[in-house]
Design a protein around this ligand. Structure first.
Ligand code: GAR
Length: 194
């Protein structure tokens, strides 16, 4: 089979937590000649994503929030040397510095576990989002995959998918529904770039 490697894009996943979305992407794109997940970046040296990445033989870089903020240019340079074309934030809880966004215009995407602009902004991540949705007795929630710009959770939307919130749902049950949407739709959103 002829594979045109010139068309392969290199992606980096940034994650701060468990990394189940990252793992889903490793599996989904494992044999896809259009994309290589080359690198995993985390700001937490005890993040679950590290073991998941190592199991999939991914290069892992740990960079603290302070280092990301104080050595932004060096880190950008490192990613350029690695020829990273696409950055996927999958539960990365550090705000991306502006210089970084300028260096990768429309090449950084984020997954957020609500229907933005609802339940976005500072402090709105993971279970905090699901608790707020349940407390407000919303009848639907969902996920948003969007480009990252200078404003938190406000970049152009690439894709949204919804689920119903039942009156009996707990934040934990809602989290499960959101996770299945994320596992289904994040790979599909990435495929739009390939
Ligand atoms: C995901 O639900 C993602 O949407 C959320 O963090 C979780 C990471 O889970 N991101 C945010 O809340 C960003 N504001 P994972 O580590 O198991 O992939």
């Amino acid at each position: 089979m002829f594979v045109n490697f010139a068309l392969m894009i290199n992606a980096a996943i940034f994650a701060s937590g468990e990394g189940t979305n990252a793992e889903n992407l490793f599996n989904y794109f494992a044999n896809d000649p259009r994309i290589k997940i080359k690198l995993v970046v985390t700001n937490k040296d005890n993040a679950g994503v590290i073991a998941r990445a190592e199991n999939h033989k991914k290069n892992v870089q740990i960079i603290s929030k302070a280092a990301l903020e104080n050595y932004t240019d060096k880190f950008i340079e490192f990613l350029k040397v690695e020829k990273i074309d696409l950055i996927i934030l999958a539960g990365f809880l550090v705000k991306i510095p502006e210089a970084f966004i300028k260096a990768f215009p429309n090449k950084i995407i984020n997954i957020h576990p609500s229907l933005l602009p609802n339940y976005g902004g500072k402090g709105m991540y993971g279970m905090n989002v699901h608790r707020a949705v349940i407390e407000n007795k919303e009848i639907e929630s969902g996920i948003t995959i969007h480009f990252v710009n200078e404003e938190y959770d406000k970049g152009e939307v690439i894709l949204q998918a919804k689920c119903i919130v039942e009156s009996t749902d707990t934040p934990e049950l809602l989290a499960k529904k959101i996770q299945s949407l994320e596992y289904e739709y994040l790979p599909k959103a990435i495929e739009k770039f390939l």
